[in-house]
Design a protein around this ligand. Structure first.
Ligand code: HPA
Length: 278
């Protein structure tokens, strides 16, 4: 494991991707658990296996395909990360967020992050899509901020502002797109935890008290690194399960993947509207 990666190493990874594609991607898209199917809509797709990119973290989780797909999505040149690596797999924060930095070095300034999340807001149901309006970086607050370590000044400042992580204009495009598609779009605060264990009922009551609407094990480190480098971020959570505040039901990875099947077509239509609206 590498605790930190230098700009030269990030650029080495970026060069490996650049060597495989012959166009300039504009938007980066990260597909979360059970959501990889979105990549099937890409035309003129070129797949770059993660093994062929130096320092790139391999995803070890079922439901994560593990490749980068470049091509055109609804007319926009995109680079799609089909399956991500997580902190709980044992990767460092620098490794988990390397793909975002590679995207930045490839000239990408718009990042769409998707994930599967558990609902904490009592009105949210499995199958819902939630627009992330803000996040709680519990893992970062407790010491594992992805920007810990030598600052890469070429990418961004030592103390970056996080007052508006999720871009308002992109959020508005998502709202309008969902409305046009007659899809109910929930909105709320995503809380990022380390995992891999799901939350206890007491954990969940705590998360609800501190203002979280959904909870998951990704996205926050990537969003922080993206904002450090001044990328515009759109975050969409697919609600895969209800948080188990009373302790009477189980949460399983299988239910997370199953909900993805309902969520993918909705996300696809929202993201199509966003991309066409850029
Ligand atoms: N908790 C944490 N992460 C998750 C959940 C959950 O309930 N569902 C999907 N990812």
């Amino acid at each position: 494991m590498r605790e930190y990666l230098t700009l030269a190493e990030i650029d080495q990874a970026a060069q490996a991707v650049r060597n495989r594609i012959d166009f300039q991607p504009r938007v980066g898209l990260v597909l979360g658990s059970g959501l990889g199917g979105l990549a099937e809509k890409i035309s003129n797709a070129v797949a770059v296996p993660y093994e062929s990119i130096p320092y790139w973290p391999q995803s070890t989780v079922p439901g994560h395909v593990g490749r980068l797909v470049a091509g055109s999505l609804f007319g926009v040149p995109v680079l799609v990360q089909q399956g991500r690596a997580h902190f709980y797999e044992g990767y460092s924060m620098a490794e988990v967020t390397l793909p975002v930095r590679v995207m930045k070095r490839l000239g990408i300034d718009i990042l769409i992050l998707t994930n599967a999340a558990g609902a904490i807001h009592p009105a949210f149901e499995p199958g819902d899509v939630m627009l992330i309006t803000d996040h709680i970086s519990l893992v970062g607050m407790t010491g594992f901020n992805p920007l810990r370590g030598p600052n890469l000044d070429e990418l961004g400042p030592r103390f970056p502002d996080m007052s508006q992580v999720y871009d308002r204009a992109l959020a508005e495009l998502a709202r309008r797109g969902a409305a046009e598609e007659h899809i109910v779009l929930r909105e709320g605060v995503y809380c990022g935890l380390s995992g891999p264990s799901f939350e206890t009922p007491a954990d969940l009551r705590f998360l609800r008290t501190i203002g979280a609407d959904a909870v998951g094990m990704s996205t926050v480190p990537e969003a922080i690194v993206a904002r450090h480098a001044n990328m515009r971020v759109l975050g969409l959570s697919g609600i895969s399960n209800k948080a188990n505040l009373d302790g009477n039901t189980l949460t399983t990875h299988e239910e997370v993947l199953a909900a993805g099947k309902v969520i993918v077509p909705k996300l696809e239509r929202i993201i199509e509207r966003v991309l066409r609206g850029l």
